[in-house]
Design a protein. Structure first.
Lengths: 430, 242
């Protein structure tokens, strides 16, 4: 297990260590830490190059030291200076031969080890590649480190690389301004900036590039905008690639979604671009006019979320799909279409006139009982008669009722004529 | 009708041929209403199912070929008293309501009702299918022109009869008389209920209903008619309520 500190002692310590011994310790602390080894006692039979007995300290295959001796002044004595491992592991190998010269017994060693934080920011891990741990700002932490970026840059997914912040992203406001990084100064190289303008459906984006437009323009083998370009993509349309010094000016995209991609490679020079975008509501066309009716409100153009009403002229009725409707209202939808098709105004009719008992009706003008048709009621004379008049004219009114000139819709009754026989005896009888 | 003439077709389009135990007449006063003498209905004890009415022709033989008009109800004047003995003809008026309205034409037409409080002067026409001077009932409608007799004169005539005969009904203000002092022209049995009409300008209106009389066509005796103008309120009320 990884531990933060510990003690290592030679076999039998504090008694003299045995001969012919080979003991090995593999020390390990958590990643991000080094091991600091400090001897608080060291007494191993001194010899040239620690030939007989020795304590070898290794970091992997690298030998950090081979120690023996009794006093710090001895040639291979580790002294009081701690030994620091390059990484989070360390190996100690204690080896003794099978004979000890003279009566003097050696007690071996006792050492204390502890985890020491690695400052990754100042001392890169040797086994790693030679790049610094952070491309811009390195912050050491206990057992690890963090990278940060300067203002205007963003840390990439690798956690160490900073790239220029394009100011890209999604623009949802109804209008706004975008420009390339550093505009109007020279754009950084190696850019791949993506800008998405995405407003709600029912609105269309118009791009208005400023006059000051400059993207390196290089032709090669029929291709243009080879290394630097601005790509404007509208869903459902062919992407448009721009470079050069001529501003694209105003672009009506006809869409609520527009993507701009600005690319520069590692060479060349572009000053970039700037634009102001606006949005307009989608227009719904009125494909036909309403005969015998009118659309309200009367606007030259209708846009998303506009409502229209259709009202028929007096004497006409609203018809849609062969059925009469009481009223009509339609809304301009986000797709530029009305949510209901326009109705028709058809002339209304009053239906067949009610029959008149002991009388009749005939048409004076108009047809099909239509609005403003005129009919005339009469009684079957001489046996029936109206009380006050000879005949009564009715006109098909806007309320679909047959009405007389005085606006009365009641058909007068035919009253029997009394006492007037067709043969009058009094005229010839004497 | 004694001493009269055959009525031309369509000359009395309001004439109704009524059968209710015996022959009688009535007149059309509305598309659902007929007017007759109450005593006509007494023959069948006012049972509407025993009453038959026909319109639209001057020949009885033709009239009866068609079914009777369906009767909805009979309405006898409440002032008409039981008159089995024929001693009281006061309020001799009744209305007959039909099930369905009649459509009028030259053969069938209502007669007008009188104005309120109309004074009866001059002559009138009376038609009927009753007895003729040959004591035969007429197949063809007959008519006669008769003058209205002054009420006092008629009253005296009736009172004279009442002194001689105990079964003569009194003359009331609801009646008027028409006829000639010399006799010979009169209505008679079978004419009861028919209309005595008078004319204003171009319009005939019913002044009386053939009601009763002592004998027929005798000198000094007149026919007695129900004075319709006296019953306008009752007629209107009866129609409104039914």
């Amino acid at each position: 297990e990884d531990v933060l500190y510990g003690q290592v002692q030679s076999p039998l310590y504090p008694d003299p260590y045995p001969g012919d011994n080979h003991t090995q310790w593999d020390l390990k602390v958590p990643p991000g830490y080094k091991i600091q080894l400090t001897f608080n006692y060291f007494d191993i039979e001194p010899s040239a190059d620690c030939y007989y007995d020795s304590l070898m300290v290794l970091y992997g295959r690298k030998v950090l030291g081979k120690f023996c001796g009794q006093r710090s002044t001895d040639a291979h004595h580790p002294g009081n200076k701690p030994i620091l491992s390059p990484g989070n592991h360390l190996q100690l190998v204690f080896v003794t031969d099978d004979s000890n010269p003279g009566p003097q017994m050696h007690l071996g060693f006792s050492a204390f080890y502890q985890a020491v934080d690695v400052d990754e920011c100042s001392s890169p891990v040797p086994s790693e590649d030679s790049d610094p741990p952070c491309s811009q700002i390195c912050l050491n932490t206990l057992g690890s480190y963090m990278c940060a970026c300067n203002h205007g840059y963003q840390l990439q997914a690798d956690g160490r690389t900073c790239v220029l912040d394009c100011g890209g992203g999604v623009y949802k406001e109804s209008e706004g301004t975008l420009s390339s990084p550093g505009y109007p100064n020279i754009s950084p190289r190696g850019l791949d900036c993506v800008y998405n303008i995405s407003v709600q459906p029912g609105f269309e984006v118009t791009l208005n590039f400023t006059h000051n437009f400059h993207i390196e323009q290089i032709y090669n083998k029929g291709h243009f905008c080879l290394f630097h370009w601005l790509l404007v993509t509208v869903p459902g349309k062919k992407p448009m690639k721009y470079c050069g010094k001529k501003s694209p000016g105003v672009i009506h995209t006809g869409s609520h979604n527009v993507q701009l991609e600005y690319h520069t490679d590692s060479a060349g020079q572009s000053r970039g671009w700037s634009l102001h975008y606006t949005t307009q509501r989608v227009e719904c066309k009125l494909e036909k006019s309403i005969s015998n009716g009118r659309v309200t409100p009367d606007f030259p153009q209708y846009f998303y979320r506009d409502y229209i009403h259709v009202r028929c002229d007096q004497g006409y009725k609203l018809m849609m799909g062969g059925k009469e409707i009481k009223s009509f209202k339609s809304m301009c939808q986000h797709n530029g279409k009305w949510h209901l098709p326009l109705p028709e105004c058809k002339i209304l009719d009053c239906g067949d006139p009610n029959p008149l008992l002991n009388g009749g009706v005939r048409f004076l003008s108009g047809s099909n009982n239509e609005y403003q048709s005129v009919i005339q009621y009469h009684c079957n004379e001489p046996f029936y008669a109206f009380r006050t008049t000879h005949s009564v004219k009715f006109t098909c009114a806007a309320d679909r009722r047959w009405r007389a000139n005085d606006n009365n819709a009641i058909i007068p009754l035919c009253y029997p004529v009394c006492g007037r026989p067709t043969v009058d005896l009094s005229k010839r009888d004497r | 009708v004694l001493g009269g003439k055959t009525a031309p077709a369509n000359s009395f389009p309001w004439q109704v041929f009524l059968r209710s135990g015996g022959r009688g007449g009535a007149s059309i006063i509305g598309d659902r209403w007929l007017m007759t003498a109450a005593h006509n209905l007494e023959h069948v004890k006012f049972a509407q199912e025993k009453v038959q009415v026909y319109v639209g022709n001057i020949h009885v033989s033709e009239l009866v070929k068609s079914p009777s008009l369906a009767i909805a109800s009979l309405h006898v004047h409440p002032g008409y008293k039981n008159n089995n003995l024929r001693t009281n003809f006061d309020n001799d008026i009744a209305l007959i309501k039909l099930n369905s309205p009649i459509t009028f034409n030259m053969n069938v037409m209502p007669v007008c009702l009188p104005e309120r409080d109309t004074e009866l002067n001059g002559t009138g026409l009376v038609s009927g299918f009753g007895l003729t001077e040959d004591s035969l009932t007429a197949d063809t409608l007959r008519y006669i022109r008769l003058p209205v007799v002054e009420q006092d004169k008629c009253h005296r005539s009736i009172e004279t009869e009442r002194k001689n005969r105990h079964d003569v009904a009194p003359l009331t203000g609801n009646m008027f008389c028409a006829g000639l002092p010399e006799g010979g022209k009169d209505t008679c049995s079978g004419d009861s209920g028919s209309a005595f009409v008078m004319k204003d300008d171009e319009t005939y209106w019913v002044a009386g209903i053939v009601s009763w009389g002592v004998d027929c066509g005798q000198p000094g005796k007149y026919g007695i008619y129900t004075r319709v103008a006296k019953y306008l309120n009752w007629i209107q009320k009866t129609m409104d309520e039914n």
